[in-house]
Design a protein around this ligand. Structure first.
Ligand code: ADP
Ligand code: MG
Length: 615
């Protein structure tokens, strides 16, 4: 079976978005988006050149202002709709329509009528070529996603676009269904469980309520049924960009088109930058003058609030249509680039009374789900893991690159584990938490899953903060990591899908490695621990010695200093080459220092008590 899956071209998954499109594949290496980390999103923008050539994607988007009359964006809004239906919207967008066959809406380019399915076909073709180049074989079949509300005409037009692009459609899948598949929500979940998919993209908002239904293996039917859907076809990230631009030029004259385009681009950049920054300041050329514009997170919150309120109204409508309350919802999944806004996450959590699912990149969820559906249809999904137990251990990086495993492999899921940690450096106000997967003792041999920071700790000496870290894997295999510092109450969390992209073969290899390297790993782990603890001891003893040296016998001090130097040298050697260190000798040296340093600690403590009683 597996030899066959190597030879047969996969069925790719395509998220054909209004703003951005992506292509993904799910093969023996697991589901993944194609096109590289930075450039996976292909803007759904097409330029028709004078010589008949067609430019697609970021290049077409970059030239959209310069070649406004030959560049088409958002063709998805027009696909399968009539000119009469779309006329008012098109005028508002500054788009020139003409009438295609059967009254269909078409774009006027150079006096020619271009159908939306031709534009979408150009995007699909570019994605197909990307997949062929990356996978090194011809691709002819695809699963393509469409909004749940698309009618027959819109679906048929999407199929036509695929045919024009040289792709046969293995299945059209609802975007929310694809998102659910990417999260593995059908697996292990209870039949009857209800899931809400909240999708806020560039130009549209969709809220869909799905129910998990028994899967019919024979018919390969979806395991999700749409119960209710609602949305706003004129509500998305672009509206937020326009509102930011309006906030900047408040009161002044409407800028020239070129200024306006630059302003919108800047607004988008500032909005995205605020995901990590508190405020941004940018320079821009407006009306021939350099103007400095700024945006704070608080301002962005105020600007986005009315838009988010409208999305929440849609969510309430969906619940009302299905005659359900928020308690009935098991999961909320966020999809679409605009759900990166912190205020979206917060308000959605508030409405539903639970944290939304965030483990996957909201830009990629739909394409990944389409690829998984493709693999299911191609019959290639067999060699991928079913998550009934944890395939690999889950843990955290500790000092010196060692790992502390919280959940061991083969633990049945759902599973939960907690562990206490502290800091190793004085005055640390933030702690990096690095979540890893694998059997080996050191992070460099494990798979890095996520890194997040617990910030806002008041400065305390090393070893004093009380960090508690909890790992929680739910029945879908989504790992949530929560960290809290007990003394200050500072908290942080992250969600991850740990099984992603791992096949049984890889898991077997990681396990075999762990056995092969167990002895040397254990040795290194021990040496690393000894080094870390010795360094802390050396620091404490040296500090104490500095304070009370005068009260100690000089020969005792000389002895102690000799031991300190010897141990420090060993620590340095251990850091250079842990394999060459005799761990038993190291341990004996450390113990000897522990014993002989008792005196200096006693004197230091007595000294500090005396010191405080003077006051
Ligand atoms: P579509 O489904 O319409 O094709 P996407 O899901 O690709 O759209 O979302 C694109 C939108 O996401 C754009 O409006 C973009 O500005 C917005 N976006 C991307 N990253 C961020 C971010 N970090 N913060 C806020 N908005 C973002
Ligand atoms: Mg989308």
């Amino acid at each position: 079976m597996s030899e066959q899956s190597e030879a047969v071209a996969p069925i790719i998954g395509i998220d054909l978005g209004t703003t951005n499109s992506l292509v993904a594949v799910c093969d023996a290496a697991g589901p993944r988006v194609l096109g590289g980390v930075a450039s996976a999103l292909m803007p759904s923008v097409v330029r028709y050149e004078i010589d008949g050539a067609i430019t697609v994607g970021s290049q077409a988007k970059a030239g959209a202002m310069e070649f406004a009359d030959r560049t088409i964006a958002s063709s998805k809004r027009y696909i399968g709709r009539t000119q009469v239906e779309m006329q008012a919207f098109a005028i508002a967008q500054g788009v020139r329509l003409c009438e295609g066959p059967r009254g269909l809406a078409a774009f006027e380019v150079d006096g020619r009528c271009v159908l939306p399915q031709e534009v979408s076909a150009a995007v699909l073709r570019a994605l197909r070529l990307r997949a062929e180049a990356e996978l090194g074989m011809p691709i002819t079949r695809a699963v393509i996603t469409v909004p749940a509300y698309f009618d027959d005409a819109q679906r048929q037009a999407t199929r036509d676009a695929a045919r024009l692009a040289g792709l046969s459609v293995a299945r059209l899948v609802h975007e929310p269904t694809a998102a659910s598949l990417a999260y593995g929500l059908g697996r292990g979940a209870q039949v009857g469980e209800k899931v809400v998919i909240y999708d806020l993209g560039g130009g549209t908002f969709d809220c869909t309520l799905l129910e998990i239904v028994p899967k019919d293996a024979e018919l390969e039917t979806d395991c999700f049924q749409v119960l209710a859907t609602s949305g706003d076809t004129a509500l998305g990230g672009d509206d937020i960009d326009r509102a930011i631009a309006a906030h900047w030029i408040e009161g002044s004259a409407i800028p020239q088109p070129a200024d306006r385009a630059r302003l919108l681009e800047l607004a988008q950049r500032a909005k995205c930058a605020l995901a990590s920054a508190e405020s941004v300041v940018e320079q821009i050329l407006l009306g021939g003058e350099i103007v400095s514009l700024s945006l704070s997170r608080a301002e962005l919150e105020t600007i986005t609030a009315p838009f988010i309120a409208r999305t929440l109204a849609c969510c309430r409508r969906v619940l009302a249509d299905a005659a359900l309350t928020t308690d009935a919802i098991a999961r909320i999944v966020l999809v679409g680039g605009s759900t990166r806004l912190a205020s979206v996450r917060r308000e959605v959590a508030k409405l539903f009374g639970k944290e939304p699912y965030l483990a996957l990149d909201p830009d990629r969820v739909v394409a990944l789900g389409a690829a998984i559906q493709g693999a299911i249809l191609a019959g290639n999904r067999r060699d991928l893991l079913l998550l009934d137990v944890l395939p690999l251990s889950l843990g955290l990086e500790t000092v010196g690159g060692a790992t502390a495993k919280l959940l061991m492999r083969n633990t049945p899921i759902p599973a939960r584990a907690a562990e206490k940690f502290s800091t190793s450096i004085d005055g640390q106000t933030s702690v990096k938490l690095h979540v890893v997967q694998g059997e080996r003792e050191f992070i460099e041999h494990c798979r890095s899953l996520a890194t997040f920071h617990l910030t806002g700790l008041p400065p305390m000496p090393a070893g004093i903060p009380q960090l508690e870290v909890e790992f929680l894997v739910d029945q879908n295999g989504v790992l949530s990591v929560y960290a809290i510092e007990r003394r200050s109450g500072a908290a942080a969390s992250v969600q991850i899908v740990p099984s992603y992209g791992l096949t049984e073969v890889e898991v077997d290899r990681m396990e075999a490695d762990s056995i092969t390297y167990a002895r040397s790993d254990m040795h290194r782990h021990r040496v690393t621990d000894l080094t870390v603890h010795s360094r802390l001891d050396i620091k404490w003893i040296t500090d104490a010695l500095g304070r009370v040296r005068a009260e100690l016998d000089p020969s005792y001090v000389a002895d102690l200093e000799q031991q300190l130097v010897a141990l420090a040298r060993l620590c340095n050697d251990a850091e250079r080459d842990p394999a060459a260190i005799d761990a038993d000798l190291f341990s004996r040296l450390k113990q000897a220092l522990d014993t002989s340093s008792v005196r200096v600690h006693e004197v230091a403590i007595a000294h500090s008590i005396r010191g405080s009683s003077i006051v």
